[in-house]
Design a protein around this ligand. Structure first.
Ligand SMILES: *Cc1c(COP(=O)(O)O)cnc(C)c1O
Length: 372
């Protein structure tokens, strides 16, 4: 008997997504304490106090099944975003919306064009349906290579992913680039624009992707409550699209896919403009501080519109930082062995990181090739 041979070939060959190491695990392994985690682009201020407040009350209702359609939240979002309530699909994180999209549109052999390096879930959800991810390398400036992506779409693709700002590079594209790309691809291709970091964006010409949804029905915009709203641990994100398309996504969605606590907390966090603007202000300062300090140390730092920075340090820095109790994101899996991704922390955390890097440079304790 071979279990392996029983497994669906699409699943057998997958490499599981590898999340950053939990802080407790790192401390136990290294026998250290007081370490900081700047690895998963979480909100370093924590969740919105308003969300915490409603969670306390919502807990008493967890013997009831949730409303997976999230009626209350969809109405509030529709009002805030000036959309219609039937344009939303909710998931256990935007990750699940990606999976619902894959389940709805992809069959074995279908092609999905995506930038690379980009969000690791894109190839995973495509492969999970037996579809073929077509990775188009970013330009040397870590930008989406739109002409190459349009050409790849033209060779026969069912779906194309854009990530704006792009994870793990932080780089973004503007309205002009998106408009040119859209006019270069067929209206029959499902265009997914992942805007998980939308609320952090600073560039003035950021595309109005919701307007694009109105003009081009096979377009889906993804947003999440995991990032600026600080609810990563509850799992809730959403997609915005044409009502007809959303109706099909709903057929592929489990009825109770979003839990009660997540919906209640998201609803409260959505209206906590103070928490969001405080987070954004702290992030802006953190991005500027880190960019200046890290460039001062001689590293290349990419411009970012998100709550993390891509830094070209040279090899070995992930491990060297880990030994000093600072957890960042290694990018070896993306073929970026000279780079790390650093989530912007609170000012005190950013200073700890900079001090650790300074100490590494002075101590010379980075050995080439040791990055795990
Ligand atoms: C974090 C992230 C998501 C989704 O996160 P969820 O926690 O599943 O909502 C989606 N796309 C990108 C690019 C991300 O970085």
């Amino acid at each position: 008997m071979s279990i392996e041979n029983l497994v669906n070939p699409h699943i057998r060959n997958l490499t599981p997504y590898s999340p950053g190491k939990p802080i407790e695990e790192v401390e136990r392994e290294l026998g250290i304490s007081g370490s900081i985690k700047l690895a998963s682009n979480e909100n370093p201020l924590g969740p919105s106090p308003r969300a915490l407040d409603v969670l306390g009350r919502a807990v008493a209702g967890v013997h009831r099944y949730p409303d997976g359609a999230c009626f209350a939240l969809r109405d509030r979002l529709a009002e805030r975003m000036n959309l219609s309530a039937d344009q939303f699909i909710f998931g256990s994180g935007a990750d699940e919306v990606l999976e619902i999209l894959a389940k709805t549109f992809l069959s074995p052999g279908d092609r999905v064009v995506m930038p690379w390096p980009s969000f690791a879930m894109y190839p995973l959800v495509a492969r999970g349906m037996g579809a073929e991810p077509i990775s188009v390398p970013l330009t040397s400036e870590m930008q989406h290579d739109f002409p190459a992506m349009a050409a790849a779409v033209g060779r026969g693709a069912k779906m194309v992913m854009l990530c704006n700002p792009n994870n793990p590079t932080g780089t973004s594209f503007g309205a002009g680039a998106l408009a040119d790309f859209v006019s270069a691809i067929s209206d029959d291709v499902v265009l997914v624009i992942d805007e998980a970091y939308f609320e952090y964006v600073r560039r003035a010409d950021f595309p109005d992707s919701l307007a694009l949804v109105a003009e081009r029905p096979a377009t889906v915009v993804l947003r999440t409550f995991s990032k600026i709203f600080g609810l990563a641990g509850l799992r809730i994100g959403y997609g915005v699209s044409d009502p007809e398309l959303v109706g099909f996504l709903d057929r592929a969605r489990h009825p109770f896919n979003v839990n009660r606590l997540a919906e209640a907390a998201a609803l409260a966090a959505l209206d906590d403009d103070e928490h969001a603007s405080q987070t954004r202000a702290m992030n802006d300062l953190g991005v500027d501080y880190l960019t200046q300090e890290l460039e001062g140390l001689g590293y290349r730092v990419w411009p970012t519109d998100a709550n993390f920075v891509l830094v070209e340090t040279g090899p070995g820095y992930y491990d060297a930082l880990l030994r000093r109790g600072v957890i960042v994101r290694p990018l070896v899996g993306f073929g970026l062995k000279n780079h790390i991704r650093i989530s912007v922390g609170r000012p005190d955390e950013n200073e700890i990181l900079v001090k650790a890097l300074r100490a590494i440079e002075q101590g010379g304790d980075v050995a080439v090739g040791e990055q795990s």
